[in-house]
Ligand binder design. Sequence first.
Ligand code: ARG
Length: 588
Amino acid sequence: MAKFILREYLENIITDSLNVFIRTQDPQGKLTPDTVYPAIIKPTKSAQFGDYQVNGILPLAKTLGTNPRELAQTFADYFAKEHSKEFAKVEVAGPGFVNLFLNDLWLAELTPNLAQLQKNLQTDKAQNIIVDYSAPNIAKEMHVGHLRTTIIGDSLVRVLEFFGHKVTKVNHIGDWGTQFGMLMAYMEEVEKDPEAHQVSIEDLDGFYRAAKARFDADEQFQTYARSLVVKLQGGDPHYLAKWKQLVDITMTQNNRTYRRLDVLLTDDDIMGESMYNPMLPQVVKETLEKGVATLDQGAVVAHLSEFKNKDGEDLGVILRKSDGGYLYATTDLAAMKYRVQELKADQIIYCTDMRQANHFAQIEIIARKMGYLPDTTKVTHAGFGMMLGNDGKPFKSRSGDVVRLNDLLDEAVERTEKLLAERNSEIVGEEKTKLVEALAYGSIKYSDLSKNRATDYVFDWDRMISFEGNTAPYMQYSYARIQSILRRFSLPETNAVMITNEYERNLVLKLQEFADVLDKVSVQLTPHLICTYLFELSGIFNSFYENVNIQKTEEQDLQASRINLINYTANILRVGLDLLGIKVVDRM
Ligand code: ARG
């Protein structure tokens, strides 16, 4: 079966019916023959108006020159007969709205268990999708600036894979550039005389700072460092090995952070800037040959009419400096070409902060002009806002430094331990360690992912590590609580679900909505919709659980149905959190 999303399915059958129907109402041929008139449906605000309202009859009545209420009524009668399977009742309201009441029997039958849900979402047009995310820089520690790209990108990978797309995770690490001359020169000094240098290369930030200080202070050192850049670029095996050592040390540390955060990235996903370096001369040559770029005082520059500089002139994107050096933009242009030609990308998603939006838009324009990017390949910048402190300024440590990601994670663990101690949890030992980590890292991820990525957001410890509100601990607690309910029953042998009251009905409808939400996330690349949904699902589940009797139902079928609903809710909570990269525990 192809993809099934309830809202989409309904929209399609209503649109089909409407278009057949209105043609019968058009003896004078006022409608445009080839136009499909869409039936726009939206959920109603209150149960008395049914589940969905169809809009669009009003403008059609106008085109046809008929009375809208009458037209709506004729359509409602026609539609109710056509689709009595899906709808129990079709009513006209107001000036010509059509209200649709879903058929409970049909709805109950449709309730997806996990396997069904996954089947419902499998795309029949699997794409090659590249997600470019995380991308820290070598010889520097990951800091909070890398948090958002890493966890938003990771969630997008999980969602797109859930649909059956072939996703290539790309870690475009900053592993090339002139700074390596300085770093390698300093490495040599430290290796020659470790006593004199109280700095370990494992302390990446400290090492970088010391190397930079040395570079700024000593001209001879500078000259030597520059000579090492030339050697490295010339492929000198000794310096390539030194460079590789720096990359490995950094990535070993980053991998530890990735494992803590439970993100999917491994060394296999590294396609760093260095990888494109050999391709740059050819790419630049091609831009000149195609006339996309021109020589401008010794530099190679692509002038874009789509962007203006501050003097109102076409913006010049430099692809090769007059000294022969290449830039960030050149690498990204080569990367785009590579991803289309070698990786056969149908879609490329960049996950960086908003400040790079123009950069990617410019590269896309150049790549399209170059013919590197066919029209069918979509490029999306899944940009995000800044992480702010409580003072509304960019998030910093108390001393005003950028916060190292590992320090942030340590603090989350500490705070979570304190919170758990207050709750007198009975959980101890290894299970406790796991619980603390799930809650702590979950809190950080969830508080970030639950905000619309495009906006800045305030990083607030107290609000995120809390069992109240739209937080990870609340969601994880809801899950654990449902598991404890389920432990009291054995799972029924059938998947059947029935609707006998409004609580069951609301829960069934909400479970259905998950597919719709994920579908939106896969297009808009907005994981926060998952968080909003899960939070609402928990609320609806709670009122179901408070109002529906499970223990003392005299009817076995009814009890089985309710246990199934509880189990399906748990599954969706778990899958939803998993798509956010957040772990659940069975008890807490
Ligand atoms: N390393 C870059 C930075 O820290 C991010 C790279 C993003 N990806 C890309 N293809 N440019 O800002």
